[in-house]
Ligand binder design. Structure first.
Ligand SMILES: [Zn+2]
Length: 224
């Protein structure tokens, strides 16, 4: 829990923005004045530990990523925004990005009926991924498995929604888990690839045209 007060939080926000604006080179934002050209639509969780910059080389990304966030990275909650990225901005890639230690997944597996109506409604959307949690299993392992099941579930929904674009080859959708806890032992900060176009079996999706022509080291580094 933050120790900031509303006033100190506001001061921090304004100070940080002042630094950002001061550090921009002259003309750095000229090229984005009239349109956006993202190469990827990202649907991820609101969790502040999930850093969009984790997969951006540009320290001041301005025109690369069309981002949609909600608790538990749910397609149904904000499908219109995802449609905008995929169908209007025509990003060739849609990433559905869960993350380790997702509080939304944990909350959805508890009794949350006392929360506000709208929070309850959003957590209800995670019912399917968390219903198979084994109460007798290792809690951390069950938590991570539920995070993965949620990514697969959202990917199934997206694969249905955008099946025509995927079949036409104009869109690929990938499901990943951002691992800031190194639970996959691939290094802190990796995005672990667990689903490609709705296919969840790595032996199958690594043979897909999308993956098999990538540099082997790049792919090996992100497989669980
Ligand atoms: Zn989360």
């Amino acid at each position: 829990m933050t120790e900031e007060t509303p006033a100190s939080a506001l001061e921090k926000m304004l100070t940080d923005n002042q630094s950002f604006a001061d550090e921009l080179a002259p003309g750095q934002l000229d090229s984005i004045q009239h349109e956006q050209n993202p190469y990827i639509t990202v649907l991820t969780c609101c969790d502040s530990r999930v850093r969009i910059r984790a997969f951006l080389a540009d320290p001041h990304p301005t025109d690369n990523v069309f981002v949609i966030r909600n608790i538990g990275n749910q397609l149904a909650v904000t499908s219109g925004s995802v449609d905008y990225g995929v169908r209007h901005l025509k990003t060739p890639l849609l990433l559905i990005l869960g993350h380790t230690r997702c509080g939304a997944i944990k909350a959805a597996s508890t009794d949350y009926r006392k929360e506000s109506l709208h929070l309850v409604q959003e957590l209800n959307g995670l019912h399917i991924p968390v219903r198979d949690i084994d109460p007798k299993g290792d809690p951390d392992r069950e938590w991570l498995k539920a995070v993965e099941r949620n990514v697969h579930y959202q990917m199934d929904l997206a694969a249905q929604r955008y099946s025509a674009d995927i079949t036409a080859g104009t869109l690929a959708i990938i499901g990943c888990v951002y691992d800031f806890a190194n639970l996959y032992h691939k290094g802190v900060g990796r995005t672990i690839l667990i689903n490609v176009n709705g296919e969840s079996d790595p032996t199958n999706f690594t043979q897909s045209d999308l993956i098999r022509n990538l540099p082997k080291g790049l792919v090996d580094a992100v497989l669980a």
